[in-house]
Design a binder for this molecule. Sequence first.
Ligand SMILES: Nc1ncnc2c1ncn2[C@@H]1O[C@H](COP(=O)(O)OP(=O)(O)OP(=O)(O)O)[C@@H](O)[C@H]1O
Ligand SMILES: CC(=O)N[C@H]1[C@@H]2OC[C@@H](O2)[C@@H](O)[C@@H]1O[C@H](C)C(=O)O
Length: 366
Amino acid sequence: MRKDGALWALGAMSGTSLDGVDAAMVRTDGLTIEAFGPSAYRPYTPEEQEAIRAALGRWPGDPAVAAAAEVVETAHAELLSRFTGAEVLGFHGQTLAHDPQGRGTHQCGNGALLAQVLDLPTVWDFRTSDVAMGGQGAPLAPFFHFALARHIGATEPLAFLNLGGVGNLTWIDPAAPGPEAEGALLAFDTGPANAPLNDLLRARLGQSHDHDGALAAAGEADEAFVASVLRDPWFDAPPPKSLDRNDFAGLIDRLEMLPDADAAATLAAVAAASVAAGQIHFPAPVSRILVTGGGRLNPVLMAELRRRIPAAIDPVEAVGLNGDMLEAQAFAFLAVRVLRKLATSAPGTTGAPTLVGGGQISRPDP
Ligand SMILES: Nc1ncnc2c1ncn2[C@@H]1O[C@H](COP(=O)(O)OP(=O)(O)OP(=O)(O)O)[C@@H](O)[C@H]1O
Ligand SMILES: CC(=O)N[C@H]1[C@@H]2OC[C@@H](O2)[C@@H](O)[C@@H]1O[C@H](C)C(=O)O
């Protein structure tokens, strides 16, 4: 790689929804996006998903973690070997436990092993050093969001919202000199997004998720319940802040009295209300929020966002981006930043006291 040259990076993300692995290629120098390349998805089988679910909240040393890591490595090796032309891999792995103020953060899957199997320099373990420095270790997509804002020609403050298992939002001032500049970015996890909804559908109906929001659309949100959830001090607490997938898992037990459709509508409303509550933290209002992640495909969730937030709420497809692959692209982009020794987080994104360059680099044997 020329010191300042662009290269084709492959990124892979196994998110908190536990549905599967996303992979996508980006041509970048770690500053700007030159081109988007091919992408692919590999769902986990029900057995694989069960092995991962059994390891949630557990830490290295636990046999369940080793079993989950094997599943994650195998699924990635299978999916990533379909790609050609990549010069570096950014491998996020699967977050099993996230406790930045306590035991740390842990993404399972061995990047050194993938480097050998795929014969590709691999950047991985993106979050540990940020947490070691006193940051939240999440969210890490914001530096990519900044590059995207420039890529789409934004000139006014805007936000990217990712609705995965957990929600996370990045407020961006695209006029800032760069993502490292003070005031360029403010990012935080907004609250639970799809995870409680998925858990509800799984527990009550044996389904993986509320497809196209069909169940929620047939119900009515319990606004008193939504308001009671939003009274949790977590929502008013200023950023930095990040969540573990199961931090709000108890919500579904509290909804026991509601019929299925009303419970689903209520959880969609909680996800949207969490985002709306996050607006108090914005350094300046935004006129547009671009939504990525699976939640953008849930019309009830999108309608709830539009009802609660006085800004245009559009899926990222409205500006020509791919909302299924944006996080995989983010880790491709971040891999190149790590190779180039550029920062991957900042006080405004994870609360780290200074700029942090995360990630380990593993190279295949010559
Ligand atoms: N057509 C759809 N209708 C409703 N919900 C959907 C649809 N497609 C996806 N989803 C929701 O989006 C989830 C997947 O989202 P995504 O892939 O963005 O999450 P993730 O990357 O695993 O999570 P995270 O961003 O938290 O790491 C699914 O589990 C489901 O809840
Ligand atoms: C610890 C962890 O894996 N966090 C994820 C999770 O999923 C969404 C939200 O919570 C976000 O903070 C983060 O992922 C995205 C990719 C990020 O780091 O930007």
